[in-house]
Design a protein. Sequence first.
Length: 375
Amino acid sequence: MDADRVAQLRRHDWSKWVEGDPFVPDGKGGFFLKMVDGRCVFLAGDNRCRIHSELRYDDKPASCRAFPLHFAKIGEVALARLSFYCPAVCANDGRPIDEQGRWLQTTLKEAGDVGRTAPFSLDGRVAISAAEVQRIQERIVDWLKDPFRPMEDRMLACAQLLRTLSSRTAATGKRAIDEVLQGVKDRSVEEVARDGRRDGSPSGAGAVLSLFLGQDTATLSRLSRVGRFFHVRLAALGLCALYSGSMDAAARWSALRRVAFTPEGGSDALHTRAIVSKVRSGRWLMGDMSLVTGFNLVVVGYYVIHILACLRAASMGRSTCDDEDVTRAVQAADLLVFEHANLIHNPVSFRFISSMLESTDLCASMAAYVKGSSR
């Protein structure tokens, strides 16, 4: 926030809701909103903004007025996407985003966008064009949208596609891209997913999940030690914000493994919509990540949703997840993984997180870990 906006807001009496100064200097002449237990001090218990309710929408900071809208700039094109932390987005409520052009243009101008500065890369080694990225993304989106296949198979098939592209382009160059895409055109998701299950070591997935799950699973014996290490030891790097506080649940891993993650109907549609939107809107290409690293971020998001939904069900003594479990998990994953600001704005944590997401085997490792293959 700039100093003028802070001065304007300080004229209002916030003492009934906020203890002390709600604005924290950023050391550059601007301010951040104060955070308490991972929440903005102006966020009421019902998740409504007190600035908005006590004053008006236009008095909020620009990034808050933009919520739940985010932008990603790919080349000369600005792509809009919505945050699934917003209850209306989860419920698919309200007017479609493409009917709100004036708000889109105003928000883009005021809140800005996150652009990509580096060339596109398949795996950090082979640079590819925007047109090649588009062709790969179209295949991935088509598979992810498939309503007749389990989401795990869809994810594994997409990860295997990127794995094949990585190995083939390293061997024969970029001409392999069209050959690989043509080769999978007539193969089923199940066939490609079967190949994608190979060579996944569950041991590598535990640390990655612990990083993103943070304190939401602090009571889980398998994740707690590594999770607390990242949460406490790396707090100075900005990673302390890698928890959402939105999953009011706790359970041991043994109970968690007995819960079936089987979203159906509306929860399955929400689950699919959340995953597809992060790919289609270019979120997986932000932060100068390679395609492999960016898709692995989507993979982590999927398994974080999986674990948090099961966590909530297990804490209530249920053996299957319901719609509310999946909705809450999607909302939490949006903050924990998909829209986490550290991925873009903190260079140290971005490099650290990216290095953990570079393996072409990560999707298979996640699948093996969640199925309980590790000890």
